[in-house]
Design a protein around this ligand. Structure first.
Ligand code: ZN
Length: 234
């Protein structure tokens, strides 16, 4: 069983009626609900307002893959918690950053680059699969039409990705590296661009399939436990 924690700052859905209509249980509730339908996945959720943001050592030690959505309150994530998450990624916990989580403390810290991009509201997107043999692309069509999505455009301030799985094309003409993978020590990382909160993107079955595939891909093969005897000391 793959143990997933879906983390969401859970701010917009409580503040704006239109966004609450898209996600009455929160974005985390929507994602957890479709993942829970899978026999090999069990899910819990955590949000910013919980003690330690719901990401205690115990929760992270029992998490195989952490999914992260954040936007308005990136700076309110405590440094000690962001570092704790990064430490678990290095030991083998999988991490999936969604949409505006490109600018999360966790991704900026673990990837070490600016993570900046261009953006504009009000486009449509064609999400092209450019790596159909990749496990995250299993069962995914060559192109997914997203009727309304915020434009994210290049240049995207990421390190050179290890694998490029999806490229987004926007109706304004921009393109974006919309699905990219990295590894940091033992942990696998997938960043996936779709999912602006004003549009019900996470209700789309092919988007749900990509996130489900990414959970299976990111699940640890060997999870390390950081013991003093495993650490090199000069
Ligand atoms: Zn957005």
């Amino acid at each position: 069983m793959i143990r997933v924690t879906v983390w969401n700052e859970y701010v917009h859905e409580r503040e704006y009626e239109g966004i609450r209509k898209n996600y009455p249980e929160g974005i985390h509730g929507c994602i957890a609900a479709f993942l829970e339908r899978e026999e090999d996945i069990s899910c819990r959720t955590a949000t910013l307002d919980m003690p330690e943001h719901g990401l205690t050592e115990q929760v992270l030690a029992q998490t195989d893959v952490l999914i992260w959505w954040s936007h308005a309150k990136q700076e309110e994530v405590e440094d000690v918690i962001a570092e704790r998450v990064c430490s678990h990624i290095r030991m083998g916990m999988g991490f999936i950053g969604l949409h505006s989580a490109h600018f999360s403390k966790v991704l900026r810290r673990i990837l070490g680059t600016s993570m900046t991009l261009r953006w504009r509201h009000g486009d449509s997107e064609k999400l092209w699969c450019v790596n159909p043999a990749h496990p995250i692309a299993r069962g995914i069509p060559a192109c997914i039409d997203i009727p309304k999505e915020e434009m994210y455009g290049e240049p995207f301030g990421i390190p050179q990705p290890e694998e490029l799985v999806f490229v987004g094309w926007f109706s304004g003409g921009e393109v974006f590296r919309s699905g990219v993978t990295f590894t940091r020590e033992n942990g696998k990382i997938f960043y996936f661009q779709p999912g602006h909160e004003e549009h019900p993107v996470y209700h789309m079955p092919p988007i749900q399939q990509i996130i489900t595939n990414a959970v299976r891909w990111a699940a640890p093969v060997n999870r390390l436990i950081r013991q003093p005897e495993n650490m090199h000391v000069d």
